[in-house]
Design a binder for this molecule. Structure first.
Ligand code: FES
Ligand code: FES
Length: 213
């Protein structure tokens, strides 16, 4: 009898002990399975000041923010489009200090103090930039997704030609460029239009180039 009680106690004790051990084991196992994040570095944020369409804009940005995302997501200037986000389509083209740039390929923090012009800053309905008006007149778009980038690029291209910036057309260096079809096509080759409005875009550019002469 005594032995039986002892046995019962010891068995109860064993069961309690086992349960405790299982609980501890389970806790240990959970602890072991919980991924250990030593110290995940926090994103670095910086104050960035840009002049966008003539207006000074100050933002606190993750240093990894592209200029494109700063414009679209932080300043809500959604006229600039995100196509590929990899520098392959030209939809995100904006003007930085007068030069065209793929805004998806550059970080906003690299443009402290720079003057950025987006499609919104070129003109507005009723007061269009000549290139915008020419695109409308010549049907230089269909769906319009690539159009802001095309227009920014087209303006910069005519500026490049006027300034004599050399380019490679048909494999040879053109050091005194003029606004020929080949010259403009070559320089616009980074702006892709899935709707194929290329010939109309060229007509629009030709008209604006002619007006400049
Ligand atoms: S979105 Fe920038 S090049 Fe395509
Ligand atoms: S107008 Fe549709 S992609 Fe160019």
């Amino acid at each position: 009898m005594e032995r039986s009680d002892d046995f019962a106690i010891s068995r109860r004790g064993a069961l309690v002990g086992t349960a405790a051990a299982v609980a501890i084991g389970a806790t240990a196992s959970v602890t072991a399975q919980t991924p250990h994040h030593p110290s995940v570095p926090q994103p670095t944020r910086l104050s960035v000041s840009l002049k966008v369409n003539g207006k000074r804009e100050a933002m606190e940005l993750d240093t990894r923010t592209t200029l494109l995302d700063a414009l679209r997501d932080h300043l809500h200037l959604t006229g600039t489009k995100k196509g590929c986000d990899h520098g392959q389509c030209g939809a995100c083209t904006v003007l930085v200090d007068g030069k065209r740039i793929n805004s998806c390929l550059t970080l906003a923090v690299m443009h402290q103090g720079d003057e950025i012009t987006t499609i919104e800053g070129l003109g507005q309905p009723g007061n269009l930039h000549p290139m915008q008006a020419a695109f409308v007149k010549h049907d230089g778009y269909q769906c319009g997704y690539c159009t802001p980038g095309q227009i920014c690029s087209a303006i910069a291209v005519l500026g490049e030609i006027e300034a004599g910036v050399p380019s490679h057309v048909s494999g040879s260096l053109t050091d005194r460029p003029t606004a020929t079809n080949d010259e403009m096509r070559e320089r616009m080759s980074g702006n892709i239009c899935r709707c194929g409005a290329y010939s109309n875009i060229l007509e629009a550019m030709t008209e604006v180039a002619g007006a400049k002469v």
